[in-house]
Design a protein around this ligand. Structure first.
Ligand SMILES: Cc1cc2nc3c(=O)[nH]c(=O)nc-3n(C[C@H](O)[C@H](O)[C@H](O)COP(=O)(O)OP(=O)(O)OC[C@H]3O[C@@H](n4cnc5c(N)ncnc54)[C@H](O)[C@@H]3O)c2cc1C
Ligand SMILES: NC(=O)c1ccc[n+]([C@@H]2O[C@H](COP(=O)([O-])OP(=O)(O)OC[C@H]3O[C@@H](n4cnc5c(N)ncnc54)[C@H](O)[C@@H]3O)[C@@H](O)[C@H]2O)c1
Length: 462
């Protein structure tokens, strides 16, 4: 019988929020263990954000070199060596894992590599990766379990051994024709990257437009940008069956309003949303209720239905971004310290790293419309921002919503450096500044942020 070991805090999953919480509590002198089955530091540095942005950067360089002639720079024949692309990414991941191990060492939080399962509300059994088991009893338990790629129940899809983002980011060869199932964040970022590396790419989405949470003009502009690079986009396309095997040859049969069609490709990437890692590890048996989406049921303080158990990040149904998981940590940390923070009304920015990127914060125009609030909408094409004339990156537009009290309620930008420009607007929103502050601010010329003068200059006077 394994002897129980007592801990002040146990964190299952070493994702963004979980690891920061563990390091914080350990530094404060508590006995803390983090149980991680595979990814030291969680998904972001190993398989998600940073590896994808690393390879997307390589793809951007391939694109820039291929178009160098337009800028008066002569190059020889351009080719992409995927082995080097992947090696650069692996080196980054390795250095990030080292950084994490150093943080565990420095803070005194214990990292245990193994698969965790609850055997009682506060008792965690670990099947150690090196063999054997351990049993930890936790005063406080934090669940930071994450999600994995959903494989839709399409006949033949699982048998085709499709790529998910994990395998796609490990490919050291170029697919001749990559079929991407899903036109969301993962699908679009990787579709453009592979097109730029030299693959032929087809995106298939069942929705009538990509990025359905965004306004229609945003979805349309993103589609226009991707199609202009040669990516084929098939919408309202229900996948009926998949035949063959990814990496060799695949046939995807789709049904569209125009009839059935078969697409022949060499590889298929599934990017059709996420499934929480909450099954089969004894959560419900331990009194930790799940929602009908399979996420852990939490209140706005991230407390679960079991006493002294919290959930963090994607498994708690928080927005699927690393910075959301980080903010979940801050909420729990401050509340444990006697504070009163909640997830309600958080301003959550996000940025999709296609080129040019899409940055979004606050309400969309459709949400504003549905809420019945009388918003003023201002819009500006990127080509009106003079910086874009110097770089020839004139695609996209910027849009802002201004409420009846002159506060900025929402912002969307498709344009180069959109994420950085959004941070300026976010600061104004957090400070509750009227839009006229950005309209009248002296902004350095010629920067992308300078466009905010003209954008807010377009807001109709009340
Ligand atoms: C391809 C891709 C790109 C992305 N890019 C971005 C981006 O650019 N910006 C952004 O903000 N977000 C991005 N995201 C989303 C982002 O990666 C996640 O929202 C973020 O990592 C937060 O995850 P988390 O903290 O919920 O859990 P995770 O980081 O997924 O951590 C959960 C951990 O728990 C472990 N685990 C689960 N169950 C057990 C168990 N029973 N025992 C032991 N360990 C267990 C898992 O191995 C995992 O390491 C991207 C996602 C994908 C798929
Ligand atoms: N830059 C970033 O911040 C970043 C990057 C990647 C992922 N993420 C996060 O990860 C989350 C998950 O990304 P995702 O792209 O996997 O999911 P998603 O929910 O963003 O998009 C999934 C898409 O797949 C389509 N789809 C689902 N089932 C289908 C089917 N059977 N046939 C055809 N199409 C189908 C949906 O219509 C949808 O458009 C994102 O919502 C985002 O929060 C963030």
């Amino acid at each position: 019988m394994t002897e129980a070991e007592r801990y002040d805090a146990v964190v299952i999953g070493s994702g963004e929020g979980g690891k920061y919480l563990a390091w914080h509590m350990a530094q404060a002198g508590q006995k803390v263990a983090v149980i991680e089955r595979r990814w030291i530091g969680g998904s972001c540095p190993n398989i998600n954000c940073l590896p994808s942005k690393n390879e997307i950067w390589s793809a951007g360089i391939a694109h820039a070199v291929a178009h160098a002639g337009e800028y008066g720079v002569a190059t020889g024949p351009v080719s992409v060596d995927m082995k080097t692309v992947v090696e650069r990414k692996r080196a980054m991941v390795k250095s990030l894992v080292t950084f994490h191990l150093e943080r565990y060492e420095a803070t005194g939080a214990e990292l245990i590599m193994g698969n965790a399962r609850l055997v009682a509300p506060s008792a965690v059994e670990i099947a150690l990766n090196d063999g054997g088991t351990r049993l930890l009893v936790a005063e406080k338990l934090f669940l930071n379990l994450g999600t994995h790629a959903t494989i839709p129940p399409v006949p033949g899809l699982a048998e085709a051994k499709p790529l998910t983002h994990i395998e796609a980011l490990e490919l050291d060869r170029l697919p001749a024709h990559l079929i991407v199932l899903g036109g969301g964040y993962v699908g679009l970022e990787l579709a453009q990257a592979y097109q730029r590396f030299g693959s032929r790419v087809t995106i298939v989405d069942r929705g009538p437009r990509m990025l359905k949470r965004e306004d229609e003009d945003v979805s349309e502009e993103v589609r226009r940008i991707l199609e202009a690079e040669g990516i084929e986009v098939l919408l309202s396309a229900e996948v009926e069956k998949v035949e063959g095997r990814s990496g060799e040859s695949v046939r995807v049969t789709i049904r569209t309003p125009d009839g059935s069609r078969t697409i022949e490709g060499t590889d298929i990437l599934v990017a059709a949303g996420r499934t929480p890692n909450t099954q089969g590890i004894g959560l419900e048996e331990a009194g930790i209720a799940l929602t009908d989406r399979g996420t852990i049921k939490v209140n706005d303080r991230l407390e679960t239905t079991a006493r002294d158990v919290w959930a963090i990040g994607e498994c708690a149904g928080s927005p699927q971004f690393t910075h959301a998981s980080l903010d979940d940590f801050r909420i729990i940390r401050d509340n444990l310290d006697g504070g009163d923070r909640t997830t309600t009304g958080r301003l959550m920015p996000y940025c999709m790293f296609i080129d040019p990127p899409l940055a979004r914060i606050g309400m969309s125009e459709a949400e504003a419309h549905a809420s019945g609030i009388d918003m003023r909408v201002a819009k500006l094409p990127m080509k009106a921002v003079l910086r874009t004339r110097t770089t020839s990156q004139t695609s996209g537009f910027v849009k802002a919503l201004v409420d009846p009290q002159d506060r900025i309620a929402g912002f969307a930008m498709i344009g180069s450096e959109a994420g950085e420009v959004m941070a300026v607007v976010q600061a104004a929103m957090l400070g509750g500044l009227p839009y006229s502050v950005l309209r009248d601010a002296i902004l350095a010329h010629p920067t992308m942020a300078e466009g905010l003068n003209a954008l807010f200059g377009n807001v109709a006077k009340r």
